[in-house]
Design a protein around this ligand. Structure first.
Ligand code: C5P
Length: 236
């Protein structure tokens, strides 16, 4: 690393403290197995392929007995039992645990996105560090989107040409992000929403549709299929 790069640090915070109730398993969904490894381990491994990540904090719930026993050989990984009531709390607590300063960068990632590609992670980091702007991985929406009315029928169709589905990782400077997360009163489902509420316009970096969030049992079957296809040499 040259002296210019060393003037700030880049750490990742992987959040794995949600309840995962939609998965219907009797254990947290991030511990579901794909090719013999937990979803969380796959998410972490993909991020660790990025050498610019100096530290990776996994945020688990204080009551999570499985997570605290996981062992990672990479010395960059720290397991922090600091999960909060909301995703924003878990992210904030993870950033505090990392010891990052306001001028450092943080990459936030859902444990439930095990298929993230290291090349997309690198693309996001390249963009943010080069432009000094925050950004997120996202994919253009390909379905036609309908908004439901009060009767549960189609109220209107939302033109999809400018719609993107937000993914993680999301990459922001620590100072503005922590301030944005503390200032937002609404429930935010990603870090970009908090930044938007603070007046920022995060960049959309096109990622891959395989970086979906594993939420329901069918998603887990799809994630397993993605890993099988990659093992067979497909670049997906
Ligand atoms: O619930 P959802 O799937 O949107 O959660 C996205 C990510 O945020 C998951 O990886 C989940 O573990 C994490 N999360 C968290 N703390 C919470 C809620 C969600 O770490 N209180």
């Amino acid at each position: 690393m040259n002296t210019q790069e060393a003037s700030f640090r880049l750490a990742a915070v992987v959040v794995a403290a949600g309840s995962g109730t939609r998965m219907g398993t009797n254990f947290p969904k991030q511990y579901a197995l794909i090719e013999g490894k937990t979803m969380l381990e796959h998410s972490v491994s993909a991020l660790l392929e990025e050498p610019r990540i100096e530290q990776l904090v996994i945020v688990i719930s204080p009551s999570d007995l499985i997570g605290q026993q996981l062992k990672f050989t990479d010395p960059r990984v720290k397991i922090a039992r600091v999960g909060g009531a909301s995703r924003a709390d878990s992210i904030r607590n993870g950033i505090t645990y990392s010891g990052l300063s306001a001028n450092d960068w943080v990459l936030t990632h859902d444990a439930a996105r095990p298929c993230v590609k290291a090349s997309d992670v690198a693309k996001l980091i390249d963009y943010c560090l080069k432009t000094d702007e925050g950004g997120i991985l996202a994919v253009p929406v390909s379905d036609t989107i309908k908004q439901q009315n009060a009767a549960g029928k189609i109220g209107k169709t939302i033109p999809r040409d400018k719609l993107w589905a937000a993914q993680t990782p999301q990459c922001f400077k620590v100072g503005p992000l922590t301030k944005a997360l503390s200032n937002t009163e609404a429930v935010v489902t990603d870090e970009a929403s908090a930044m938007e509420a603070s007046g920022f316009k995060p960049a959309l970096i096109e990622g891959s549709s395989t970086n979906f969030k594993v939420t329901r049992p069918a998603d887990l079957a799809l994630a397993r299929a993605v890993f099988r296809a990659r093992a067979a040499g497909e670049d997906i």
